[in-house]
Each structure stands twice: as C-alpha cells, then as structure tokens.
Write a protein that binds this ligand. Sequence first.
Ligand code: GDP
Length: 448
Amino acid sequence: MASNLTDRLSRLVKTMRGQARITEDNVQDMLREVRMALLEADVALPVVRDFIARVKERALGQEVVGSLSPGQAFVGIVHRELAATMGAGVADINLATQPPAVILMAGLQGAGKTTTTAKLAKHLIERRKKKVLTVSADVYRPAAIDQLKVVTRQAGAEWFPSSASDQPLAIAQAALDHARRHYHDVLIVDTAGRLAIDEKLMAEIRDLHAALKPVETLFVVDAMQGQDAVNTAKAFREALPLTGIVLTKLDGDARGGAALSVKTIAGAPIKFAGVSEKIDGLEVFDAERHAGRVLGMGDIVGLVEEVQKGVDMAAAQKLADKVKSGTGFDLNDFLSQISQMKKMGGLGGLMDKLPSQLTGKAGQIGPAEMERAERDVRRMEGIICSMTPLERRKPEILKATRKRRIAAGAGVQVQDVNRLLNQFEQMRDMMKKMKGGGMMKMMKRMAG
Ligand code: GDP
C-alpha cells in the first residue's frame, strides 16, 4: 500500500506543479487517487469514506503557504490526517489501579500474543520498573504454555505455571491470587487463540474478562492481515471492551496500512507496535511517525525537528541577504553551507528523512553511496580550509600554483580542487537564479 500511495501522490505533486491553489476541481483528482490507494490496500470502506471526507474538508479550507505547491500542501494534509486516524499522541499502557494491574491479551492464533506478552513484560520491567507475572490460559495448545515460559524467562519476568488439564478461569484466578500474595505490580494473561473467530472462544475470553477485571484489554493483531484484521477487530470489539491495540509484524512486508482500519473499527488506540520477533522488538506506537512511514515519505517529523534545532536560521538569513544584495557568494559561504548540512546529522541522516518527492530518488540511497557523499563533504571542507582568507573571498585568483599548494595542504589532487571550484560555481549560479538564497528557501519549505 505504501508504495502505491506514495507513487500516486508523487505523480500528483508533479501534475499539480504550476497550479496556484487547491480548488474544488483539482482536489477531486487527488482525492480519487488517495481513495483508490486505500481501497487497494484493503482499508475498510467506511474508514476510507470518512478519511476522504475529512481530507477534503481540510484541503479546501487550506491556504497554500509560501513556496509549497498545492500538491505538496495536499500531501501534508494527507499525512496529518493519516496520523489523526491512527491516534492522537502516544498512548502508553495504563496501570492506574490497585496492584496487581491485570492486562488481558486477546487475538487470533499466530497474531503474536505470546511474543507480545513477553515483550510487554520486558517493557514494563525496564521502562516502568514493575514486577511482572505472566500466565497462559491457552489450555488447547500445551506448546503455547511452554512457549510463554521460555519467552517470559528471556524477558526477566516471572511465569506462573498452568496445565492443559486446568480450566482457563481457574488458571487465571490462581495466577491472580499468586500475584496478590507475592506483590506483583502487573499480571499479564495470555489467552487461547483460534485460526478464526468462534463463539466458544469469545465466550471464554468474556468470562476471563469478567473475572479478572483487567485494567487493559489489548487486542493483538497482525499488521499483514489486511481486510481480515478488520473482521477480527470487529468481532473482538463486540465481545470485549478493548482498551488498546498492539499491531504486530510491522517489520514485515505490510507497511502498516492495517493500522488505518483497526483503530477505527476496534474503537481503541494503537498502543504498541511489534517490529521484530525478538524480545525487545516492541515500540510504543507513535501515529505521527507511522503516518510518514505509511506514506513512504520518510520521517518528516524527525526532519523538521532536526532542521529547527540544527540550523542557525540567523546565519541562513544573513547568507540569503548577502546573495540578494549582490555582495557575492564566496567560498566562506559555501563552507558554511556544508557545515550546516553536517549539523543536520550529516548527509546520511538528512537523505533518510527527506521524502523521495524532494530528493527525486525513487528508492532508498544505499549506504555505500551515502558514505561516498559524506567523504566528499569532508574532502571539500579540507580543501577550503587550506585556502587563505583572500582566496576564499576571491576564488577567481586561484591559478595553477595556488591550486597545487592547496591540494598539497589538503592532501588531495589538483583535480579535486578543480572539482570543488566547479561545484562552488554551480551553486553560486543557482543561488543567483533563486535570488532569495537556496538554503533559506529550502529550510522554509521543509519547516513550513
Ligand atoms: P500467538 O499465537 O498469538 O501467541 O502468536 P505468537 O506469539 O506465537 O507469534 C506467532 C509468530 O509471529 C511467531 O513466529 C513470532 O515470532 C512472530 N511474531 C510475533 N510478533 C512479531 C513481530 O512483531 N515481528 C515479527 N517479524 N514476527 C513476530
């Protein structure tokens, strides 16, 4: 879904170039693309309808600011609405109750309940400093009980033994008593899953819920399941008052489209994301960041934060003014641009965070290319630092002798010095054309 939506949107951004604002006409085309992408991704129809209506309302009322094109502004709106659909802010686990706080795990077989039980135990031990007990009420699969025992040990939590010959309700009661007597802060109850919804199973988990009065009832669902995830979510919501969702296997092929439907259908916030099979592969779910991932746009939020903290806006403005006033862009300015880039986490960090629409690259840039780019930047810095102040201000005086001296000083070849001078000239020309100073414009565009 991600590649689909991203492809569609970047095509739109291109076709929208040159149009001044978002209008009733052009917004229809964009909305159609988003709608198709969501439907193809198996997002439930009511969720899609609702989503499209909200994006439309936002888009039509939206002023397109500064240097953003309507296409880019629209992508921004879709991004914000995706985040809003998946949740607002970050919802951690609620333990506000008389201990032991009970967490009931619900979901189909294979969704990742047992794995998540252990991951969650580890999370609560490490992040919340809690004493955690786990128990399995899955009496249908003895292997599931053993599995929980193994992963609970890995998590550093305590495991309460149960057996396939016990009743789920009796197991849960015994575990709760044990947790009370031994002052556990949290009891996590893993339950039986089936391959499909069945009434007996639902009745069983309803009984468990009534007896345990859990403070959290977490619905664990596999992100790769698409439309099936929606049906499952619906069934569990009807059976139980869910308080949160854990979306597992987000590290798989599915780029998280399921998140869009399940929150709406299950009527509960997504609290955690499973991102690997390993015991530490659990993250507190962050809708804002996940929306960027669904859109395939990289981590936009992260980028804007970095830009704000790393870049000296005043310096960028001074540079812009200088270029505008015709004082000329010299090698000192070029050097300061290079160091600004480094402040933003280096080229690698920057490229990772930029949406492909901005970098113009179809896929991810490989680590080898990235490393080469970083090396180039360091070499450029070395060359400029080997120049005298006069040479930096007036690069036109650089003839063969000076170039040889600089190359020797920086430990590079004369060709490298020439290449740098060419790049500098290209940038100077570009900045003359842009008049306002490229850096400033670029920053504003990304921060806005
Ligand atoms: P249960 O039947 O609901 O208890 O599911 P399990 O916990 O046994 O998980 C089923 C399979 O999914 C196991 O092979 C897990 O290792 C795997 N799994 C669970 N969560 C994740 C995850 O977040 N990422 C990946 N890649 N695999 C996961």
